[in-house]
Design a protein around this ligand. Structure first.
Ligand SMILES: [Zn+2]
Length: 164
């Protein structure tokens, strides 16, 4: 049995093949130029993340030496440690201000009084919402609630850790 479609398929295959081959020949020089530019471009762009020297060798290398890798990682760790230390310092200062005021018996005061003492309202450790629907911001065990007219009410709660 002869397949009537066979001659058609064969001729289309040949036409496609010729088209592909012609296009390949047409673009082949450009492919080489592109590859040449790409390789040079990436070679220029690849620099050590620590010292900035151009890296030779494997294309996935990020550092020119183990020492540069260590320098870089140590610097990143130092920067993130500084960040944690700075935020912790802000929280401790906030806590100290709330603690002093609370222990002096000043439980309701104007927000400006806290500002004047250097309190930073952007930093707190957690929030607690009471059953009555009141929201408290805490710096560790000392907290405050915003009342009307920019007045705040201080509070103390060391029991919260029991519920963690
Ligand atoms: Zn380097």
């Amino acid at each position: 049995m002869t397949n009537l479609n066979q001659p058609f398929l064969t001729s289309r295959f040949i036409i496609n093949y010729i088209r592909l081959r012609d296009n390949y020949n047409r673009f082949y020089p450009f492919v080489n130029v592109f590859l040449y530019l790409y390789q040079n471009f990436t070679a220029v762009e690849r620099k050590c993340l620590d010292c900035g020297e151009v890296i030779r060798g494997r294309s996935d290398k990020k550092f020119c030496s183990d020492q540069c890798r260590n320098n870089y990682n140590n610097r990143i760790n130092r920067e993130s440690n500084n960040y944690v230390r700075n935020v912790h310092g802000l929280l401790r200062k906030n806590r100290r201000i709330l603690c002093d005021l609370y222990n002096e018996g000043k439980k309701v005061l104007h927000k400006d009084a806290l500002f004047a003492l250097g309190y930073n309202f952007n930093f707190f450790t957690h929030m607690i919402k009471t059953r009555e629907g009141l929201s408290y911001h805490y710096c560790f065990e000392y907290g405050y609630r915003e009342k009307d007219d920019d007045y705040i009410e201080l509070t103390y709660n060391s029991h919260y850790l029991d519920y963690l």
